[in-house]
Design a protein around this ligand. Structure first.
Ligand SMILES: NC(=O)C1=CN([C@@H]2O[C@H](COP(=O)(O)OP(=O)(O)OC[C@H]3O[C@@H](n4cnc5c(N)ncnc54)[C@H](O)[C@@H]3O)[C@@H](O)[C@H]2O)C=CC1
Ligand SMILES: O=C(O)[C@@H]1CCC=N1
Length: 303
């Protein structure tokens, strides 16, 4: 998307006092599934007001729909406009779309702005090598649409203590921000971001088997499973149970749960090792492609 506007930068050159009073503008480039969900969640949670949000997207139809849902947000005419007017800028496009986007917006960004990638394989070093701004990676989760789950935060070298506070405070409106090492991004997002899909698959197969074996109503089984997951989640967080403690508590020795757990132990042997190998293989492939797109030469990769 070409930059079609030149901006009056006066807004960004205010005195410190004026800047303190200035409401933060948060930009979103890419308003698809995740960008749209983040905007919805920030606005409905009260974390942001519509006037704080500026957004752009490759397809204008999605932007128009967003504006209908959230009157008062600013629809930028270009990614350059979103970039230049944001204090915090979320890049919500897919990994292989990052290089084209950063090429487009690099000249619109400044050193005091914070740019956040929401996708796991894009590394802090990729973005620090091509953008002048402070860089963070925050991997969100679909669970944020119900103000739940963890957002995984990796903070780049240019962020200062105030930036960290500001980002964590913003994310705390829609979930629980957790700082992680960048080299644990993949395994952490296996749980927090992919987990809802993995567990839903497990539940779906269980429900299908239950319907087939017993004729229980599908919707009822879904309700039982969902409520059970919610309660289990609460016990593992607020209830301070460990997974092992929960099993011990439910599985009476010699009882039905204990017998079924023995079956699961055998049947699931190796499943999670293979799951982790699968996500990490795909991640490594994506990082390698991004290294090539961003020009690996000259980039110092931090482990
Ligand atoms: N789905 C999930 O639960 C999670 C997804 N993510 C990550 O979020 C990223 C985005 O995923 P989705 O939102 O599902 O993808 P999506 O395809 O629904 O949304 C991407 C949006 O970006 C727009 N776009 C692409 N290039 C653009 C450009 N140059 N300028 C402006 N707009 C552009 C597209 O038109 C589209 O609307 C992915 O990298 C994914 O890994 C991260 C955490 C969780
Ligand atoms: O980039 C990622 O790792 C996220 C997690 C779920 C989908 N995409």
């Amino acid at each position: 998307m070409p930059v079609t506007h030149t901006y009056n930068e006066e807004h960004y050159c205010k005195s410190k006092r004026e800047r303190r009073n200035h409401r933060m503008k948060v930009g979103f480039i890419g308003t698809g599934s995740m960008g749209g969900l983040l905007i919805d969640a920030f606005l409905s949670s009260g974390g942001l007001l519509a006037g704080d949000v500026i957004a752009s997207n490759r397809s204008p139809q999605k932007l128009a729909r967003l504006a209908q849902l959230h009157p008062g947000i600013t629809l930028a005419e270009s990614n350059g406009e979103t970039a230049s007017r944001s204090d915090i800028l979320f890049l919500c496009v897919k990994p292989m779309e990052f290089k084209t986007l950063t090429d487009e917006i690099a000249h619109c960004l400044r050193s005091e702005q914070i740019v956040v990638s929401i996708t796991s394989p894009v590394q802090i070093y990729h973005l620090e090598s091509v953008l002048p701004s402070k860089i963070a990676k925050i991997i969100p989760s679909i669970t944020h649409s119900v103000y739940s789950g963890t957002s995984l935060c990796v903070l780049g070298s240019r962020l200062e203590a105030d930036d960290r506070t500001q980002l964590l405070k913003l994310m705390s409106h829609i979930g629980t921000p957790v700082e992680i090492y960048e080299h644990h991004t993949r395994i952490s997002s296996d749980f927090s971001s992919c987990g809802p899909a993995f567990l839903s698959y497990f539940i779906e197969r269980w429900i299908e088997a239950a319907v087939e074996a017993t004729g229980i109503d599908h919707t009822l089984a879904g309700k039982l499973a969902g409520e059970m997951l919610l309660g289990t989640g609460k016990l593992l967080t607020e209830g301070e149970f460990t997974p092992q403690q929960l099993q011990d508590r439910v599985a009476v020795p010699g009882g039905i749960t204990a017998e079924a757990l023995n079956h699961l132990r055998c049947s699931l042997d190796g499943v999670f090792e293979r799951l982790i190998a699968t996500t990490h293989k795909k991640y490594d492939e994506d990082v390698a492609k991004l290294d090539s797109l961003f020009g690996r030469d000259g980039i110092t990769r931090r482990k």
